[in-house]
Write a protein that binds this ligand. Structure first.
Ligand SMILES: [Zn+2]
Length: 271
């Protein structure tokens, strides 16, 4: 498998925290699933445990050939979670997903890439609960979260859990998670392609998207989760044609779901 391949990953959550039937994020999730069918892409869906109320959606993800992974049981940064109660919530979400689909859930992504030195308690928890890999770390000092000193290529935590960190481009003064979310929405595609050539040679590339990234008719909504105003404005704009941009990025270049790529990795350095 070529290093330049990019795996499509989706963080399946609602940014307004509405998980009731009929919520618009579900239509956008279906749009993303339809896009994958049309483009013959197999992706990884990091899905919040609360989505378990929509069993048909989870079943479709798996029957369409995607990997169903976990994005915590609720969309709360690990740094705001209580380690004493977190394991039980996570295990419950994992088991529920597995009961619905009949497939093992082996991948985990922390909400807002919030695996930092402060929340590193989750690493042993993930291993004990049977996860094979995590995709939760921004190596270095990120704008919101970051793990200073962590490698910016796949590595193994001391307990053997594989980490697939966010692909970053180092611009000298700052490093950017350029391949997903708002970064990808705002950066011109030729620039993204150029940046792609400047990531670590051993980086494993993946792009990330949320249902709201493709929701171009939402209008402006002020988030109530503590998101700063400037970021709120950034998040609400520039959604039009995002699927077209993803198509251009992934055309003939989409990698396998992350669990398959994690399993195919050779010896990894320990951190
Ligand atoms: Zn998320």
């Amino acid at each position: 498998m070529s290093n330049a391949e990019i795996t499509f990953t989706i963080d399946l959550e609602d940014h307004l925290g509405i998980y009731a039937t009929g919520a618009r994020w579900m239509d956008n999730a279906s749009r993303i699933l339809d896009f994958c069918v049309e483009k013959h892409i197999r992706a990884t869906f990091f899905t919040v445990g609360k989505v378990a109320a929509h069993a048909q959606l989870l079943k479709r993800i798996v029957s369409d050939g995607h990997e169903l992974a976990l994005h915590s049981y609720d969309h709360i940064a690990l740094t705001n979670e209580n380690p004493a109660t977190y394991a039980a919530h996570l295990l419950n979400a994992k088991k529920t997903f597995e009961d619905i689909t009949g497939k093992a859930v082996e991948g985990f992504r922390a909400p807002i890439f919030s695996l930092t030195p402060k929340s590193a308690w989750v690493v042993d928890m993930l291993k004990e609960l049977g996860f094979i890999y995590s995709s939760s770390v921004i190596a270095g000092k990120g704008a919101v979260n970051g793990f200073d000193g962590a490698p910016n290529k796949p590595f193994k935590w001391k307990n053997g859990l594989i980490e697939l960190p966010v692909p970053m481009v180092d611009l000298g003064v700052l490093a950017l998670p350029f391949l997903g979310g708002v970064y990808l929405r705002y950066l011109p595609l030729p620039l993204v392609q150029l940046m792609k050539k400047n990531v670590h040679a051993d980086a494993l590339l993946w792009t990330y998207t949320h249902p709201y990234d493709v929701h171009d008719s939402e209008g402006y909504v002020r988030l109530t989760d503590g998101t700063p105003l400037w970021m709120n404005i950034v998040l609400m704009n520039n959604r039009k044609n995002f699927l077209k941009k993803l198509d251009a990025l992934l055309a003939n270049n989409a990698g396998a779901p992350l669990i398959e790529r994690a399993r195919a990795l050779g010896n990894l350095g320990e951190f």
